[in-house]
Ligand binder design. Structure first.
Ligand code: SF4
Length: 365
């Protein structure tokens, strides 16, 4: 039997070590992994939880990812794009309630109108928040020029997930055409770094046909990409998508939750100083999924501040907890006696410590 305690004492983890950690089944072994992740987290990024108020700007998307409820091919969705007042109002809410940061997330569009609108929103949010609100964008693959333009306007973090690093699995869940090439994603991540963003990526956990080896490759890909932050979460099926037909192959919800939490813990141990988001999708598997992720090593929460009337149309997956009010979530955490001393840090951007070291060139490219 593998000695998990001994593996966790090692200075650097081999691929075999990572496989052993991500495969633990016994409760005692899982607890050891979570305890180690908690200690690595406290020593490297502290006990704080940083907020990013999430604004789901538009569910209009040019792409057709096979797992996604707002894919272009899904005719069941009522499409929307927030008007400027709605976005500014949400950003003002985040500013006045001291969130410190927001994320503007959108279905992917590359037309000039979209590029101009995001640019203008970023500039206006900077002005209304006296340049105090940090802005992360999650608006898909764009040209190098667009990344640069949005960065100059004031966005300073960008999240672009590769979803899976395994080419076969990637083309099982995406159409195999130029618009969806995996290489485009990886090139975009490089452009984002060159532009100066704090760069985030991540993958889905529990995809049909995915195995532990795939997940280890994804974790090692995050290390090789030298990302500053990670947003990864469980795959949740959506009935209006092509991948839904593989539903019978899925792990149970409990198993997907358990694997997601373990993956967060192993990632924290593997790359100690990055920011890790507790994905909203975790709350689809358990009422306190995100809080469990915080205990497992995540240090960022993204409460949804999109105006309520639009949220039911941003269903990337089913059972999304779209009615959870951001402020209620924050209250729940602050009042929770079981978060091991983790607390929300208001009014700060909560930038990635890994990024700070990367740009100072402390042995990181
Ligand atoms: S995952 Fe993103 S890019 Fe793919 S269809 Fe959904 S919103 Fe569009």
């Amino acid at each position: 039997m593998l000695d998990i305690a001994n593996i966790l004492k090692e200075e650097s983890l081999s691929r075999e070590d990572l496989i052993a950690l991500l495969s633990v089944k016994r409760k005692e072994d899982r607890d050891l992994v979570f305890q180690k992740a908690a200690s690595v987290r406290c020593n490297n990024v502290g006990n704080e939880i940083y907020l990013r108020g999430l604004i789901e700007y538009s569910n209009i998307c040019e792409k057709n990812c096979f797992y996604c409820g707002i894919r272009a091919g899904n005719k069941q969705v009522e499409r929307y794009c927030l008007d400027e007042d709605d976005v500014i109002c949400s950003a003002r809410h985040a500013f006045e309630n001291d969130y410190g940061s927001i994320v503007i997330q959108s279905g992917e569009r590359t037309d000039q109108d979209f590029i101009n609108k995001i640019d203008s929103l970023v500039r206006k949010i900077k002005i209304i928040s006296e340049h105090k609100l940090g802005i992360t964008l999650s608006c898909g693959d764009q040209s190098k020029e667009t990344y640069h333009r949005w960065f100059e306007s004031g966005a300073h973090r960008y999240l672009l997930r590769f979803e899976t690093s395994d080419p076969d699995l990637y083309y099982k869940i995406h159409p195999n055409n130029k618009k969806h090439f995996l290489l485009n994603r990886l090139t975009s991540l490089q452009y984002l770094k060159e532009t100066g963003y704090q760069v985030g990526s991540g993958m889905m956990i529990g995809l049909p046909g995915q195995n532990i080896e795939n997940l280890i490759d994804d974790l090692l890909m995050l290390k090789v990409l030298n990302v500053d932050m990670v947003g990864m979460g469980p795959y949740i099926e959506h009935k209006d998508t092509p991948l839904f037909k593989e539903k019978s192959q899925l792990l149970t919800k409990n198993e997907r939750l358990g694997l997601s939490l373990l993956t967060i813990a192993v990632l924290r141990i593997l790359i100690p100083d990055i920011n890790i988001a507790a994905a909203t999708a975790l709350d689809s598997l358990s009422d306190d999924g995100r809080l469990q992720a915080i205990r497992a090593g995540a240090n960022v929460l993204m409460p949804n501040i999109t105006p309520l009337k639009y949220r039911e149309n941003y269903f990337l997956y089913e059972n999304k907890p779209y009615l959870t009010e951001a402020d209620a979530l924050i209250r729940k955490i602050n009042e929770s006696g079981s978060l091991n001393g983790y607390h929300i840090k208001l009014g700060e951007w909560g930038d990635s410590k890994h990024f700070a070291k990367r740009v100072k060139g402390f042995g990181l490219d």
